[in-house]
Design a protein around this ligand. Structure first.
Ligand code: SF4
Ligand code: SF4
Length: 288
């Protein structure tokens, strides 16, 4: 941990496994930490952590073409070439349709086309119930979510250094795509949250294999393990055979939806669910 802080990423192969419920609980437990909501396409950690924004920044991602009407002679080449039908019959660019591929820019014989960076989202530095927090929102249809994840992770690292905090907790995006890779790069630990279903098991395998490539320590916890104890055992066997540590089983709790409706994390009410989550958090922190 020579960088001065430890980064723990909570992730799942897909949405709906209880990952954010767990991450929000961890955020509310000691020690003090910086929290990152890296699900920039569909952030929801704020519902429970209630951040108060201190700093808001525009995120510039991707490019958009523009046509200078004084230079354009209406030859039509750009319209013919554009695979996204982003150029109107009057040679204007529809910014929502333009992919920024630059084909028209290079093809235009009159050098009438420019490419500009466009605003693709916003990111925030906040104070939340879980401590300092960085989070973001990518605008609908925009790409570059991986770059945005990197931006908020970098800001979180600066914050950890500025405030002398030794822990960064990252609530990761779903899937195994570009934003997940950005969330995983350089972290110290990855906790994969899964559920005992065929798709849960399949997604777990994909995300664990991805995490191995990053040399992070990978651990697993099984949410709602008792809805299918046999599948839970299969998952544990799969993990055991590959040296992946299963650090906890969380039982199904009918209370979770009620708590979510009240914008509360499970650890905010006493009960077996809260105790299990506290135990998992302790197990996570015990790793050297
Ligand atoms: S290729 Fe250039 S000159 Fe031709 S229509 Fe497009 S912008 Fe105008
Ligand atoms: S940059 Fe690509 S997508 Fe955008 S208008 Fe030009 S050709 Fe079409």
């Amino acid at each position: 941990m020579n960088k001065g802080f430890r980064e723990i990423l909570v992730i799942s192969g897909k949405g709906g496994t209880g990952k954010t419920t767990l991450a929000s609980s961890f955020a509310l437990l000691p020690p003090e930490k910086v929290v990152v909501d890296a699900d920039v396409d569909a952030p929801d950690l704020h519902i429970i952590l209630k951040p108060q924004v201190l700093e808001a920044q525009r995120f510039m991602g991707g490019r958009v073409a523009g046509i200078d009407p004084d230079k354009c002679d209406g030859c039509g080449l750009c319209r013919e070439l554009c695979r996204y039908d982003a150029i109107t019959p009057h040679y204007r660019v529809d910014p929502l349709a333009c992919d920024g591929c630059a084909l028209c820019y290079f093809a235009c014989p009159r050098e009438a086309i420019t490419l500009k960076e466009k605003e693709a989202g916003m990111w925030f530095l906040s104070r939340s119930r879980g401590g300092p927090m960085t989070h973001a929102r990518l605008y609908p249809g925009e790409e570059n979510s991986g770059k945005l994840v990197t931006v908020i992770r970098n800001r979180a690292k600066e914050l950890a250094q500025e405030e002398g905090l030794e822990l960064i907790l990252i609530d990761g995006p779903p899937g195994i795509g570009c934003p997940v890779i950005s969330a995983m790069t350089g972290v110290d630990q990855v906790l994969v949250v899964t559920e005992p279903t065929p798709s849960g098991h399949h997604d777990l395998e994909r995300v664990v294999e991805l995490a191995w490539g990053f040399q992070a320590r990978v651990q697993v916890c099984i949410n709602q393990w008792d809805i299918n104890p046999q599948r839970t055992e299969e998952i544990e066997r799969w993990c055991g055979d590959r040296g992946v540590e299963v650090i906890g089983r969380i039982p199904f709790s009918p209370e979770v939806p009620r708590l979510q409706a009240q914008s509360k994390a499970p650890v905010e009410e006493e009960g077996p669910g809260a105790e299990t989550i506290i135990e998992i958090w302790k197990n996570l922190l015990e790793v050297e």
